[in-house]
Design a protein around this ligand. Structure first.
Ligand code: ADQ
Length: 464
């Protein structure tokens, strides 16, 4: 069976001229190019009136179909239920978790709207691939509207165990929605096991068959692990090509031979930024030889600025960075350079390559692509060292990183010190092992495996 691919995500990343995209967009676009199809989602605009029908822009064999959303509904669906309820819950961060029944109702309504606007664009041989926690109920809505094509779901964030998930009053509703898919994909075995545990609870009554398929809600479907990868060669060649970019040169010159530690994250509480700054301060305290000799460059563009917690974390970080600089800076050395902005991909890769240490310490992360990009951007002859949180999905693959627990301030400081002191031979050995892992499971392997499972799984189900 072959047909078009219909990718659906909250936002559609329409490629802009001359701008290299990263992460998920690369995988989805490559899959769309191969199979032809539509990328459907929100256009980033809100309105006070009724949302319009999908606007379609064609580019070769790919069409971008976007809708707008009502302002109030968007606030409750996106800021409210998606990002104040599901995001913290799925990251095991119940201290940030909020629940409001009205937000959940908006979440369901927006998913129903997505289904209504998408259905007229579908053809019988299409396969549909839905992305992330904003759109869990979409398959159930599409099924209700009579859609019978294969529908897959990939969760980009972690999936919590039952004892965390049940804090959500409507957890059974969401679990039932996930049973409307043909394939449900996760980054790690751990996420898959948590999902299986939840599905087997009496309220859902799912059965996990010996071949891994799940029978639940009167249907059979497959749940499996599809760790997302990156374009490995592309990161390396971008880093090389941008090494003489004037801004990169300025950065290199400004270091004056000092070693740089880099952190690159969206400004999000799941990324463990305050904990990271504390660990860096501990490094300067406990290993004083680093004073004047290392610099932490933290790049963290603000996100989700409509949510108060995100503005609070920004203020908190500014406070900690200011305190560290106030305490340790000297006339010709500032220990923390903290930049609240995004960079184009080439520049970012070149900055990764300039850094002796890549510091990736989320308190929880589905995968974390920065960890993978940092490794791929290194010069294989003189690579930097990745210090990686055990609580990021990437730690299951990048075993040769210096692994740390982000809550252990002394442990992270010691991990950075280990990275700074590591011999060239050991750096090379660890780097080449990690590159081999990244190449085995790159972004193309991720999307091909998922689409293959979706087509194959659905055919299997027909004969059941
Ligand atoms: P994110 O939480 O956004 O993704 P991550 O996986 O690290 O986290 O991806 C971030 C992407 O944005 C990377 O490709 C990075 O290069 C880019 N980026 C970050 N800061 C940038 C900056 N200042 N300038 C330019 N680019 C920047 C979610 C999940 C992750 C999961 C991904 C993919 O939370 O766990 O790995 O989806 O599934």
């Amino acid at each position: 069976m072959s047909g078009r691919l219909i990718a659906v995500s909250n936002r559609v990343a329409i490629p802009r001229d001359g701008q290299a995209s990263g992460g998920l967009a690369v995988g989805v676009l490559a899959a769309l190019k191969e199979h032809g199809g539509i990328w459907f989602g929100w256009d980033g605009k809100t309105t006070d009136s009724e949302p319009h029908d999908a606007r379609v822009v064609d580019d070769g064999n790919i069409s971008y179909a976007t809708i707008n959303l009502n302002r109030t509904e968007f606030d409750a669906y996106y800021n409210g239920f998606s990002n104040e309820t599901l995001w913290p819950l799925f990251h095991f961060l119940l201290g940030f978790f909020k629940y409001d029944r009205h937000n959940f109702e908006s979440y369901l309504r927006v998913n129903a709207l997505f289904a209504r606007k998408l259905k007229p664009l579908l053809e019988p041989t299409d396969v549909i691939w839905i992305h992330d926690y904003h759109l869990i109920p979409l398959a159930a809505e599409l099924r209700r509207a009579g859609v019978t094509q294969p529908i897959g779901f990939f969760l980009h964030v972690p999936f919590p165990g039952y004892d965390v998930l049940r804090a959500l009053p409507v957890h059974e509703h969401l679990l039932r929605c996930l049973c409307a898919y043909d394939v449900v994909g996760f980054h790690t075995q751990r996420d898959l096991r948590s999902f299986q545990e939840c599905i087997a609870q009496p309220g859902i009554g799912g059965h996990i068959l010996s071949d891994g398929r799940i029978r639940a809600g009167g249907r059979m479907f497959r749940a499996d692990v599809f760790p997302i990868g990156i374009e490995v060669e592309d990161c390396g060649s971008l880093a090389h090509a941008h090494r003489d970019n004037p801004e990169v040169k300025l950065l290199r010159d400004s270091l004056m031979g000092r070693r740089m530690i880099i952190g690159v994250d969206r400004l999000d509480y799941s990324k463990g930024l305050p904990e990271r700054f504390h660990a860096y301060e501990r490094l300067l305290q406990h290993y004083p030889d680093n004073r004047r000799n290392v610099v932490l460059l933290q790049i963290a563009p603000p996100t989700r600025t409509g949510i108060r917690t995100y503005n609070e974390i920004r203020e908190e970080l500014e406070g900690i960075a200011g305190r560290i600089n106030g305490r340790y800076a000297q006339i010709d050395w500032v220990p923390v350079r903290y930049l609240n902005r995004g960079y184009d991909r080439g520049m970012l890769m070149a900055m990764y390559r300039e850094a002796r240490v890549g510091l990736v310490t989320p308190v929880r992360d589905g995968m974390n692509l920065v960890a993978k990009e940092y490794v791929a951007a290194q010069d294989p002859d003189d690579p930097g060292v990745l210090v990686l949180s055990t609580l990021a999905g990437a730690a299951f693959e990048l075993e040769q990183a210096v692994l740390v627990n982000p809550y252990d301030t002394d442990g992270v400081a010691a991990g950075i010190q280990t990275a700074l002191e590591m011999s060239l031979a050991e750096r090379r050995e660890r780097h080449s092992a990690m590159i081999a892992t990244l190449q085995r499971n790159d972004i193309n392997a991720w999307r091909s495996r998922f689409i293959e499972a979706l087509r194959h799984g659905h055919e299997g189900e027909q004969h059941d």
